[in-house]
Design a protein around this ligand. Structure first.
Ligand code: ARG
Length: 472
């Protein structure tokens, strides 16, 4: 891009050259142009301009011939951009400037009327809202894609496979592997909701706010809002061009989603280690070492974790950009795009890779089961057994805790101590048998087969609802 800019003769004027006797310094342009990164707003800018032009004719500011001439020029621009034949010039500060310049070259005097009643301030706010609404569909589709794979893997595990559930990364109580996988589905469901909310937040058209105060021309902001499918238009022109809440909210929604992927990533890193040995990564979704021939590394999971730092930075950085700004538009706001684009790109690329990883990962179910079947996994069940016999829970907790301590100190299997303890009978001893504890996690929302079956149905319903939203 920089090369291209340098190649072009600097004879073309900026949009705002009238007030200036001298052209802009190269150093100023190098610092202020946003074209290298805002080109991706082109489809949104074209859409916005078409709606604007239609409105201008509707209110009598353009003749029908002028409208057609501009719309035709916009089609040419779209085509040139698509075919990568659009020639940018050194004074194209941003995609908005570039498109207007080219439309004017093509459509002459009619083209020079494109920007009537409009400022780049309301134009850029509009374009970015349209972009976020457009990208929300991709983000939601990919969140949904990962959920779908996690749900399918959970369904495949059924009632047979279980893992130790952890607190403090210490084995606590066994749960179905399906329960563990579904836990991530619910976190992602909140991400889907957050993104849907972000799209709603964007659903207010700012076009017609002008630079900051509206216009003396008879423009009709409702006309463009409706044509573009917005539910609302701005109430206050100052707020319309100042407001980047939707960017901050999108950055938060992206950062939190990436934090969820980071936490899933951390589990993948742990579970794929020899120490856990709970999963084996597919060749497609793991990497090797340049020096250590034996290595198979979980780089996708590590980068899901690592990139969360970047997304948190994008959010906090942009909030810092916003915090000191007076009304209304300030050039600082141009700093909204790079963190936003980066956050969305990072999140979507991570989602796709993690989906592939989870789709192809092999569960080492024997290792999982062996770890979950440790006798101490049933300690809570033993205490709860005493509770059913009338012992107050606190006392039952102390009794079982003391037996676990003895078992560890004297290297005697817990089962032997239970067998010798008069408070417990055969039924209590049976609680220590492999696979029993997980079946007993039967309360609503719990990790055993009965509640997990209910949960599975709820997750299926959730995903159908998301699919309906995506199909709209
Ligand atoms: N590229 C600019 C941005 O992204 C466009 C707005 C410039 N407006 C202005 N008054 N200089 O914010």
């Amino acid at each position: 891009m920089a090369d291209e800019l340098e190649k072009v003769e600097r004879e073309t004027n900026t949009l705002w050259h009238g007030r200036f006797a001298e052209g802009p310094a190269e150093a100023l342009m190098n610092m202020t142009v946003s074209l290298p990164f805002d080109q991706r707003l082109a489809p949104d800018d074209l859409r916005g301009s078409r709606a604007h032009v239609n409105m201008l004719e509707f209110v009598g500011l353009l003749t029908s011939d002028e409208r057609v001439a501009i719309l035709d020029a916009l089609d040419v621009v779209e085509d040139e951009l698509k075919r990568r034949q659009f020639e940018f010039v050194a004074t194209d500060e941003d995609i908005h400037t570039a498109i207007e310049r080219r439309v004017t070259e093509i459509a002459g005097d009619a083209g020079a009327k494109l920007h009537t009643g409009r400022s780049r301030n309301d134009q850029v706010a509009l374009d970015l809202r349209l972009w976020v609404m457009r990208e929300t569909r991709t983000v939601v589709a990919r969140l949904h894609g990962l959920q779908t794979v996690l749900l399918r893997r959970a369904q495949e595990c059924g009632d047979d496979e279980y893992v130790p559930g952890y607190t403090h990364l210490q084995r606590a109580q066994p749960v179905l592997l399906a329960h563990h996988l579904l836990a991530h589905v619910w976190a992602l469901a909140r991400d889907v909701e957050r993104w849907q909310y972000v799209a709603k937040r964007c659903d207010v058209s700012p076009l017609g706010a002008g630079a900051l105060a509206g216009s003396s021309l008879p423009i009709d902001p409702d006309h463009v809002a409706e044509a573009l499918g917005f539910s609302y238009r701005f109430e206050n022109s100052l707020d319309a061009v100042s407001d980047r809440d939707f960017v901050a909210e999108a950055l938060f929604a992206a950062a939190l989603a990436q934090v969820h992927l980071s936490r899933l990533g951390e589990e993948i890193v742990l579970w794929s280690s020899d120490e856990f040995g709970f999963i084996r990564l597919s060749d497609e979704f793991s990497t090797g070492s340049s020096m250590l021939p034996q290595k198979k590394n979980p780089d996708v999971a590590e980068l899901a974790r690592g990139k969360a730092g970047r997304l948190i930075g994008n959010l906090t950085g942009f909030l810092a950009t916003l915090k000191g700004l007076p009304l209304s538009y300030n050039r600082d706001l141009q700093e909204d795009k790079e963190p936003l684009f980066d956050a969305v790109d990072t999140l979507t690329v991570t989602l796709l890779a993690l989906t592939g990883l989870m789709d192809t990962v092999e569960f080492e179910t024997n290792r999982m089961r062996a770890a979950a079947d440790a006798e101490t996994s049933s300690a809570t069940d033993l205490a709860e057994y005493l509770v059913t016999q009338g012992t107050p829970f606190r006392e039952a907790h102390a009794v079982v805790g003391a037996l676990v301590r003895q078992s560890l100190e004297r290297h005697i299997p817990l089962g032997e101590l239970i067998a010798a303890e008069p408070r417990f009978d055969e039924d209590a001893l049976a609680l220590l048998a492999p696979g029993v504890a997980v079946k007993r996690r039967s309360s609503p929302g719990g990790g055993g087969p009965e509640p997990v079956a209910v949960q599975m149905q709820a997750a299926c319903d959730l995903l159908s609802g998301e699919q309906e939203w995506l199909d709209q």
